[in-house]
Each structure stands twice: as C-alpha cells, then as structure tokens.
Design a protein around this ligand. Structure first.
Ligand code: ZN
Length: 531
C-alpha cells in the first residue's frame, strides 16, 4: 500500500507540466485572502502605529535604560491579548510577548534604544535639539517594534478566527548600539523553540537580502587598569597612574592600526580617566569595539588588544582586568525567507510621499552638504544577494548576527528614514516622528504580516529555510560564541546619562490623549526648513 502511494506521487510529479508546482506545494487557497485582510488590517491601524512610533521617539532612551519604552510596548501588547514575560536573559528591559500555540514559532524582533546626544525636534531640517545634550532616536530605533506589533495584531486576528496553529513571538533588541542583548538571548535559550526570526530595522527603502551581508562582526571590551594614588606634585614618584596605562594602550593601538587588515574597524572611548589632576589616577578604563569580517579575525583583534593592555600595564607598573560589554556575529541571512519576503515587498511597494515629506528630505540632504539631493526613495531596491567578487571592506555590526547563526533569520529594512545620512547622529532623528516614519512603518508592517502568514500556512517554507540553514549556511562554518556561560549582560550601561536627563525628558513625553501627533504636541510646522 505504501509503495503504491509512492508510485502514485512519482507518476503525478512526472505528469505535471514543467515549471508547475506539485499540488501539495501550492500556497493554500486561503492565503491570498489572508494577506489582503492583513494589509487592510494594518491600514486600519495606521493611527496606532503613529502613536507608538511617536511615543517611543519621545522616550528617547539609551541601551539598557529602555524602561519607559518597554513598559509602554508591553502594555500595548497585553492590551491586544499577548502574553508577556519580562526581564528575560537577566536584562531588566528585555521581554518576550507571545500569542498562539504550537508550531511554527515565528519571532518578530527590532531594536528599541537611542543614541547619545541625538535629541532633535522631528520635522526640523537642521540641528535643533528638544533638550541640548540629551539622548534621542538618532538612528530611528523607535519605529521597528511598532511595526512588528501592528503586523502581529493583524495576523493574530486571522489566527484567532480561523484557529490557525502556530505561535507569534515578539522581542526587543535591547542596547543594540552596545551590541549587548541578542547574543545573551541566544545563550540563555530565549529563542529555544523558534522556527524563523523576522527581524526588522529602519532604513530608507523596503528591502531584504540573503547570504553574508557586508559589514563586520565585533566584540566590545572594556579594559580597567589599577595603580596607586599619590600627590601629583608633592610625591608623584610614589604614584602609579592607571590613566598613563590607558593613554599608552590607546596610542599603541593607533600605531598598530597601520598593520591591521583593511576590513577592520576599531574605536575606543575613555570611560574613566581619573578623578582630578592633583591625585594620581588609581583607576582608569578604556572601552574598545574590535570589528572584523569573521570570527577568527575578530578574535585576533581581541588578542592584540589583550596583549597591548598587558604591555601598557607593564610600562606603568599597573595591573589590568577586562570584561566583554557586547558582541555581534557577522550576519548571514536565510535565502528561503528572504525570497519569500521579497515577493511581499514587491506587492506592497513604497509609500506615497507627500510634497512636504520630499521637501524635508531634500532640505536635510542640502543641510548636510550631500552631493546628491535625492529626496526619499521612489524606486524599490532589488533583493540583496551575496556577491562573491565583492571584497568586504568592513562596516557596522548588529547582534542580529548571533541570531542568524542559530535560527533562519532575515532583516526587513523599511523606509522610515531619509537617504544619505551619516547615522548615529541628530539628523537621523529628524524623520523618525514624522509622516515619513509613519508611512514607512505601515508599509513594513504589511510586508511583515504577509510573510508571517506565508510561514504559518506553508510549512514547506520552514522546512526549506532550515534546509538552507543546515546544509548551506552552517555546513562548513560553525557558530563560536564570544560569550562564556557566565558572562553577565552589561545592565549598568548608560545609567548616568539617563539619571542626568530623564527628569527633563519626561516633560516631553508624547501624550496621544491630548495631541494628534508628536509634531502637534511640540508645535512644529511640518516641514520646518531653513529659509
Ligand atoms: Zn540599528
């Protein structure tokens, strides 16, 4: 009987016209209707999306201090029937929200943290902080979770009504700017039963890619030197300066840089330079980001850093300790999931920008002295594919890389920002609470919802995604985490900055019960352009 069945299937396959899919691999009849319904559902939630985007923008919190942001987003999720677990992986501002049960488990993630000194009035095309010196959303991380939440609510309605099996899980990238949460999530099993991860990150077009991206992976390490205090004038010979060690390590690294690969990126800040000039600094710390294109080269940079720290300690008669504050693996995105998502991107297309949106974008590009005054994206980009001929000369990092080496993962880029900005800067906050951000989020949420529906109703996609993950991506290259089993998450980061600014920032939190938009609350004419 079994043999007969097999024969039947083989005959069926052989008699199908070339190019046609066998019946069991065709999208279920209801899928197209589900997608139309989800798109409509997202459109109907455009107001909710705007409120969430503007609220998170107004909190402007830095990594590990996303207290208001997490409180607000989890409250929204609970309101719409998601179950929330807080404080995951030992990180107070981290959480997981779920709806549904059983397989497949589709995890929707996005970052939520801001950038130091990026406070900026939205819709104003020149530097104009809300609070001078305060943090703000100088990358646009206020937009990604609202996108995921709207998409998840739209899909949940369909799942509930038609009793679709599967689980939607939402999770925030805490302290992405410090690359300080996702590798911990992976280590601590936050994604244990996950089948596919759909990450999303603000960009200036709708896009997705597969394979190795450009950019670098990294480790972030803080070196702390210890010496001895003494009167800096009265008895300097009795002191041993930890600051001298920090400075020697820093200058040593600058000399060594000439002899490192072109693809490396390394940078540091002095997090403790001593207390006052007349006391020889007993303690001083320097914090490095070591970035390279693959795990062995990242490790090599880190080893050089360790040696240089020992050298600096020897020269100054001090001692040195170090700790990891963050890590991000070089990224590799899943082919099946990216191709599936790209079909949905083509269906959704770019938002329709108003004259005001384009005027803001062009004014900012002019303000920054850009060569190209291109305005906002009006043509969809292509599906990003690996380019073996292109040399990876390095760049930024995202700890979604760690997730991508453990689960089939893609990053959806959505057009909530303006092209041609330097990044990590006040200029990236300008569009982030304007119609540009709102429309970009709505477009992205549609793509995200449609892709979740694909994965829920076409189990063969999940199988293919894992096939690529196991038999192509990780066939020869294995994940070697930088974290040890007991490396603690750096939950202390940015405490001081928020302690300094939070009270002032509270006065500018968005109140959607009183104002239609955050622009309205701040009394900003859209767009405000230098005359
Ligand atoms: Zn980011």
């Amino acid at each position: 009987m079994k043999l007969l069945k097999h024969l039947f299937v083989v005959v069926m396959l052989l008699t199908l016209p070339t190019g046609a899919l066998p019946a069991f691999a065709q999208p279920p009849a209801k899928l197209a209707g589900y997608k139309t319904e989800a798109v409509k559902g997202v459109d109907e939630m455009a107001k909710l999306a705007q409120e969430m985007v503007d609220s998170v923008f107004s909190f402007g919190e830095l990594g590990m201090q996303e207290v208001e942001t997490s409180k607000y987003l989890t409250a929204q999720l609970e309101k719409y029937g998601f179950k929330v677990q807080r404080g995951v992986a030992g990180i107070p501002t981290a959480w997981v929200a779920t709806y549904g049960s059983g397989k497949p488990v589709i995890a929707l993630g996005s970052d939520i943290d801001g950038i130091p000194q990026a406070s900026q009035k939205p819709g104003v095309a020149y530097p104009d902080p809300i609070i001078a010196g305060a943090p703000g959303h100088g990358e646009g991380h206020n937009t990604g979770m609202p996108l995921n939440i709207v998409a998840a609510i739209a899909v949940k309605k369909i799942m509930e009504r038609d009793k679709l099996p599967g689980t939607i899980m939402l999770w925030p990238g805490v302290a992405e700017e410090q690359l300080a949460s996702k590798a911990w999530y992976v280590r601590d099993g936050v994604f244990k039963d996950v089948d596919v991860v759909l990450f999303t990150h603000v960009g200036n077009n709708l896009g997705v890619s597969w394979g190795e991206g450009g950019g670098n992976g990294m480790v972030s390490v803080e070196y702390t030197f210890e010496g001895e205090t003494a009167h800096s004038a009265g008895a300097p010979w009795r002191g041993r300066s930890a600051l001298d060690a920090v400075e020697l390590m820093s200058i040593g690294w600058q000399y060594r840089r000439e002899h490192l690969r072109l693809s490396q990126r390394s940078h540091s800040v002095i997090t403790n330079g001593g207390d006052q000039p007349n006391v020889v600094p007993r303690n001083a710390s320097i914090w490095f980001y070591f970035r390279e294109t693959d795990q062995p080269h990242i490790k090599e940079l880190w080893d050089i850093g360790d040696k240089m720290a020992q050298g600096a300690a020897l020269m100054t008669n001090t001692t040195v300790t170090s700790r990891i504050l963050g890590t991000a693996y070089p990224q590799h995105m899943n082919k099946t999931v990216a191709e599936t998502m790209y079909e949905n991107i083509k269906t959704v297309g770019l938002p329709t920008w108003s004259e005001a949106d384009q005027a803001l974008a062009k004014a900012l590009q002019k303000e920054l002295g850009n060569e190209r005054i291109e305005g906002l994206a009006v043509k969809l980009g292509n599906l990003g594919v690996p380019n073996p001929d292109r040399e990876n000369t390095g760049g930024g990092s995202d700890d979604i890389g760690d997730v991508s080496w453990n689960y089939p993962t893609v990053t959806l880029r959505f057009p909530s920002n303006i092209p041609g900005l330097p990044g990590h800067n006040w200029s990236s906050a300008i569009a982030s609470a304007t119609p540009i951000a709102h429309k970009g989020v709505v477009a992205g949420a549609k793509v995200q919802a449609m892709t979740v529906l694909d994965l829920l109703t076409r189990p063969e996609l999940v199988t293919q995604a894992w096939d690529y993950f196991k038999n192509v991506q990780t066939k020869d290259v294995k994940y070697v985490p930088f974290l040890k089993s007991d490396t603690p998450p750096p939950t202390h980061l940015n405490e001081n900055i928020l302690a300094k600014y939070r009270e002032q920032m509270k006065k500018f939190y968005y109140d959607p019960t009183k104002f239609g938009t955050y622009l309205e609350q701040l009394g900003i004419k859209y767009p405000t352009i230098r005359q």
